[in-house]
Design a protein around this ligand. Structure first.
Ligand code: UD1
Length: 358
């Protein structure tokens, strides 16, 4: 049990789980006994236990790290402390050789407990600027890997490396015909995929649904609308197919897609890039976040991969104009995307992480 055991952590939103999902099969192939530490009821529990039913999942208590005032800011530190104690006893029992943290607030107690147990921790940051959980984790980590090279200027030189984004292998194994059949679509009309990040976005959902009849004249639409956001009235509308959240269906849906409208979460936009999907990005505004998606989106725009519409400028009309612009620029975007090197494989990422094991 002592040898070749790794603990993965990360959660809160799917963006803090995708990379872990990508590397688990390669870790298992390399002979690692993989354990996961996540929260009791976060999305990571559902995603990991559904995709890898035999993988041991350990729940711990975790508190949310907020940048704004909330009464829970007074109780959550106690939850984090309880989480540290729980994570510490799990680590002591499992005795991993290394711990890999994909960030999100549940990862903080795990990283602190790892330091207390003297187990090396490797952290991964997906966005241009480090998230709060990773900032807290940094002093406890042996190394931090980044997706964007621009992130390096926010990190100590001697313990950071840019690896680029790592894409789940199954996303390259989709099939257009299967995707079209799943939605009841024909091959005659172009397909627009609209996605508001892993949680869905109410304002993007509204902008789409307000324009639905005009858009359906030209496109067939796959709408990943987020948990609790499906609209029953639109269930049998020809050419419109809504899902609250998809897992195994995603590769086929992406292969069926011609253009994407999306939030600018790091994992999603690199997946669209790897599959050469022209994209219109509507990043989460600075008023609602630390502005990481705005930076992600603008770097994609600068490299010619995306057209960007600021959330503050989103109206029924500007949404339609931006989609027109997306279609006009689509070929140019694909040409730019074809120039990009193939991302590192999950197997290569595993080799990078495990070099830090004790
Ligand atoms: C509100 C919020 O905190 N957003 C952050 C969160 O976004 P979010 O969780 O939306 O993260 P990303 O866009 O990076 O990744 C979403 C992941 O979910 C997958 N997916 C999505 C929908 C679906 O139906 N099925 C599915 O599998 C996508 O393929 C992707 O792998 O983490 C990102 C990465 O740190 C950040 O850039 C975002 O700012």
């Amino acid at each position: 049990m002592n040898e070749k055991t790794i603990i993965l952590t990360g959660g809160g939103t799917a963006g803090h789980v995708s990379l872990n999902e990508a590397i688990i099969p390669s870790l298992q192939e390399a002979g690692y006994n993989v354990h996961y530490i996540g929260s009791h009821d976060g999305i990571e529990k559902e995603l990991i236990t559904n995709a890898f039913p035999s993988l041991p999942y350990h729940s711990i208590s975790s508190g949310k790290l907020r940048r704004y005032f909330s009464v829970q800011n007074f109780t959550d530190p106690f939850k984090v402390m309880a989480g540290v104690t729980q994570a510490f006893s799990i680590i002591k029992k499992i005795k991993p050789t290394v711990i890999f943290s994909k960030g999100g607030f549940v990862s903080v107690p795990v990283v602190i407990a790892a330091k207390l147990a003297n187990i090396p921790v490797v952290v991964h940051e997906s966005d241009v600027t480090p998230g709060l959980a990773n900032k807290i984790s940094l002093p406890f980590a042996s190394h931090i890997f980044t997706v964007f090279k621009e992130t390096m200027k926010h990190l100590p030189n001697d313990k950071s490396t840019c690896t680029g984004s790592i894409i789940r292998q199954q996303l390259f194994e989709g099939n257009r015909e299967r995707g079209l059949a799943l939605c009841g679509f024909t091959a005659e009309k172009k397909v627009l995929l609209v996605m508001g990040g892993s949680l869905g976005s109410v304002i993007i959902n509204d902008a789409l649904r307000e324009n639905l009849s005009s858009l359906l004249e030209k496109y067939q639409i796959i709408h990943l609308c987020g948990k609790g956001n499906a609209d029953k009235k639109l269930e049998n509308l020809q050419g419109y197919c809504q899902f609250e959240y998809v897992t195994t269906e995603l590769p086929d849906l992406l292969y069926a897609t011609d253009f994407v409208v999306s939030r600018a979460g790091s994992n999603s936009i690199f997946e669209f890039l790897a599959l050469h999907k022209p994209m219109l990005l509507i990043p989460l505004s600075a008023a609602k976040s630390r502005g990481d998606q705005i930076l992600n989106a603008n770097l994609f725009k600068k490299q010619g991969f995306a057209h960007v519409l600021d959330e503050e400028k989103l109206t029924k009309e500007s949404f339609m104009q931006a989609i027109q612009m997306l279609e006009q620029k689509a070929e140019e975007m694909i040409d730019q995307m074809l120039e990009v090197e193939h991302p590192k494989t999950p197997k290569e990422m595993v080799a990078l992480i495990t070099q830090y094991e004790k």
